[in-house]
Design a protein around this ligand. Structure first.
Ligand code: ADP
Ligand code: ZN
Length: 750
């Protein structure tokens, strides 16, 4: 057997060249498996050239066909019959620490669980290729003493500064500090007053200090923190769930868990669903620990990503706050993961490798044998059940911190208090807004729909504007004078005439988006300062951060927003939250619809009254009797979860049963359907697992591809992965344009 790190016997010596092989030892060349970032089922074998050092986990560059890829030397066993001389050699080995055994086990686990090619999973751990080489040293200047030929005031300032202490300066740093131009520095250097030295690059973040400020917690927060810190001291894997209402101080509690981990000299990962927008979180962390955490999200510059990646691998960066992809950062010595807002759908990646970062974070902690803390005001049903069964240790924080009270929540029955014609805001809500802004406080109107109207049609012929590549309506964006597809991003100018019947100016907008609500608000409150917040705001993340800051400072009276404003922000003056359409998420065929609606509405209404001012939440609904609406206004979350858990158990839905979804797509409807039927026919007969479908997916067409859906349903202990592997192996060969997307534990059913 070939085991990792072993040398394979030299082979391929020509027996006719007997003398040669007698007098020269053939170069020892060994074979190693390398995972390449391609959708293939396992590692490829490569020869290690003489003199190159690689070990399991080493990051290398290898050729595949005509191209070079970055891959990772893997630990699996290899075929010792391979002749290294017949294999292509590794092109180069990067000078960075190898991925740890723990990290490689994690990659293997995720690959096996999600049925994704291991190379594509490994790729997520080495996403910052240029970071693989050590950071170049920074050029600096050191003052050697002496005076220039002519001492100008500018030159004197530079020399005074540089002479103060014997430390090297960067060229621009010195110019800046002395208030001179770079040419002054260069002139002095040319006269031999400075020598060039090389400095290590500065760290990207300072070291957080666990005792920078003393913990300021007491009462229930202290008890909760002690329980969690206790499990950290005990060592080993342990999962805790902090279940506390919005504003109860959950963050302060998990900061103590972080402090304890830092004291033990280990790294911490904090996962946050919307990190790019939560600059206030970074500041809060800095207040407690004296330094910011490293950040990891898609809005970082490539340069910054490289620095953070390298800092994490070398252990220099001790805490990372990141989006879901941070879970695949190869930490040197990870000792704690926090998953904040653990219920958030943003933790699910639905692209290439389909995974839920919350669930995989638990796996990573178990493999690394360290604790994990899940945090939420509205935990997922899955985590609630794990808490009830004792797998997770749940700590509760039932009240808000200090004298802040939760908002008073009321339903507005839209059948009894309808809006005026053409409007979407009931008179009850409008009156509440008026009172709020009279008191110089803020109102938030929440509608989870971008744009002006979700559907546009022609009043004369009934023509509906649909995306040419998707089965979805085009959404009017009036600010941009466009109609857009929210599936694929297709857009066109809003036409003046109907393309079907040619009638001019007879297009009608159906239903509201945030822009349309803003229009209605402006009509009723022409003097109020309003802000529309949605992800298609011109100016991207930067602009959004500015707007959020402006809101927090009280520079707006009425905010109309999508779920962007729902997450984690602290708006001190916000005392009214109005939900424009509370029923929006309830009827979309998703088994989690009720749970999601409950979570989202609780989170949005939780934005109000965080600083002690009396606050209200008003929910417009056509279904006031619905259990979700009742649960929210009664404040009895326990009853809601109990009912929801019983319902899931009865229907054997997650976490009491298991689901996997397969989307088969192709250029033609017939190809997609035929392939999906073939897969269905290839499904093994196993008790406890059944296949539903194929059925045309609710989104039947996306980017020109026709989609069919199969849903595999299993009992809790069913081996879904084995079933799916068999189904795919026995199914029809994937030909032509056919593609299969496999989603274990799907969150989306469209
Ligand atoms: P959650 O994470 O549960 O929503 P936070 O941790 O954000 O709650 O706390 C809500 C507010 O209360 C924040 O403004 C925070 O600064 C404040 N707060 C929480 N705990 C404390 C504490 N022990 N001392 C002082 N302020 C606190
Ligand atoms: Zn489209």
């Amino acid at each position: 057997m070939f085991s990792h790190g072993a040398w394979s016997p030299p082979m391929g010596t020509d027996s006719s060249d007997l003398f040669g092989s007698l007098f020269e030892t053939p170069p020892l060349v060994r074979v190693v498996p390398v995972l390449v970032p391609l959708p293939v089922s396992g590692a490829y074998s490569y020869a290690v050239p003489e003199g190159m050092h690689v070990e399991p986990g080493s990051v290398v560059q290898v050729p595949v066909g005509p191209r070079q890829y970055i891959g990772v030397v893997w630990h699996c066993e290899n075929d010792d019959k391979l002749d290294p001389k017949k294999l292509r050699p590794i092109t180069l080995a990067f000078d960075c620490p190898p991925l740890s055994r723990e990290m490689r086990d994690f990659v293997d686990w995720v690959s096996a669980y999600t049925l994704s090619p291991p190379g594509l999973v490994a790729r997520m751990a080495i996403r910052a290729p240029a970071a693989l080489d050590p950071e170049p040293m920074v050029e600096g200047l050191r003052y050697l003493g002496g005076q220039p030929e002519r001492l100008t005031p500018a030159r004197a300032r530079v020399l005074d500064l540089a002479g103060e202490e014997d430390i090297p300066w960067t060229r621009s740093g010195l110019a800046h500090a002395a208030g001179v131009s770079l040419s002054v520095i260069d002139g002095l250097t040319a006269q031999g007053l400075f020598e060039t030295v090389f400095l290590p690059p500065p760290p990207i973040v300072a070291k957080p200090d666990p005792d920078y400020t003393a913990p300021r917690i007491e009462g229930p927060q202290k008890e909760a923190a002690e329980e969690i810190v206790g499990s950290i001291r005990a060592g080993g894997f342990a999962a805790s769930l902090i279940d506390g209402v919005t504003g109860s101080g959950k963050t302060e509690v998990y900061f103590e868990a972080i402090a304890e981990t830092l004291r033990a000299g280990r790294q911490v990962l904090i996962l946050l669903p919307e990190i790019a927008l939560t600059s206030s979180f970074l500041e809060r962390f800095q207040d407690r620990f004296g330094a910011k955490p490293g950040e990891w999200h898609s809005d970082l510059s490539p340069r910054m990503r490289e620095k953070v990646w390298r800092g994490v691998v070398t252990g220099e960066v001790q805490v990372v706050a990141g989006a879901r992809s941070a879970l695949f950062l190869p930490f040197e010595n990870l000792g704690l993961i926090i998953v904040d807002e653990e219920h958030d759908p943003a933790y699910k990646q639905e692209d290439r490798v389909f995974y839920n970062a919350r669930d995989m974070a638990v796996v990573r902690a178990r493999i690394g044998d360290f604790p994990i803390v899940l945090v939420s005001a509205t935990p997922s049903v899955e985590s609630q059940v794990n808490g009830l069964s004792g797998r997770y240790n749940t700590v509760h924080l039932p009240t808000r911190f200090g004298d802040a009270a939760l908002p008073d929540l009321h339903l507005i029955d839209m059948r009894r208090h309808p809006p005026e014609r053409g409007g979407f805001l009931s008179p009850v809500l409008l009156r509440a807004i008026a009172k709020t802004i009279e008191r110089k406080e803020q109102a938030l109107l929440f509608l989870n729909r971008r744009g002006y109207a979700p559907l546009t049609l022609c009043r004369v012929c009934g023509h509906r504007f649909q995306c040419p590549q998707c089965s979805s309506w085009l959404v009017e964006h009036r600010f941009k004078s466009q109609i857009q597809c929210h599936q694929c991003g297709y857009s066109e100018r809003t036409p003046e005439a109907c393309p079907e019947c040619g009638t001019l100016d007879h297009l009608v907008a159906c239903g509201p988006g945030v822009e349309r609500i803003a229009e209605e608000v402006e009509k009723h409150f022409p003097d109020a300062r309003t802000i529309v917040m949605s992800s298609d705001l011109l100016g991207g993340v930067k602009r959004m951060r500015l707007e959020l800051d402006a809101i927090a400072k009280g520079e707006a009276d009425i905010i109309i927003g999508t779920q962007l404003v729902a997450k984690g922000h602290n708006f001190p003056l916000m005392t009214l939250v109005g939900i424009v359409d509370s029923d929006l998420g309830l009827s979309n065929g998703d088994p989690r619809a009720a749970e999601r609606t409950f979570q989202l509405l609780s989170q949005v209404t939780g934005r109000a009254g965080r600083t002690g001012l009396k606050s209200h939440g008003l929910l417009q609904t056509f279904q006031p009797q619905h259990p979700v609406m009742q649960a929210i206004v009664s404040g009895d979350a326990g009853a809601f979860y109990e009912r929801e858990i019983a319902e899931r158990e009865r229907a054997i839905l997650p976490p009491f049963g298991r689901l996997a979804s397969l989307i088969v797509s192709a250029d033609t409807r017939a190809d997609a359907e035929t392939h999906a039927r073939g897969l269905r026919a290839a499904a093994p007969k196993v008790t406890g697992i059944s296949v539903l479908g194929p059925a045309e997916a609710p989104l039947a067409l996306v980017r020109g591809r026709h989609r069919f859906r199969l849903l595999v349903h299993g009992r809790r202990n069913a081996d879904m992965q084995a079933f799916l592997r068999a189904m795919l192996a026995n199914g029809p060969k994937q030909r032509g344009s056919v593609q299969i997307q496999l989603d274990i534990d799907p969150q989306s059913f469209l």
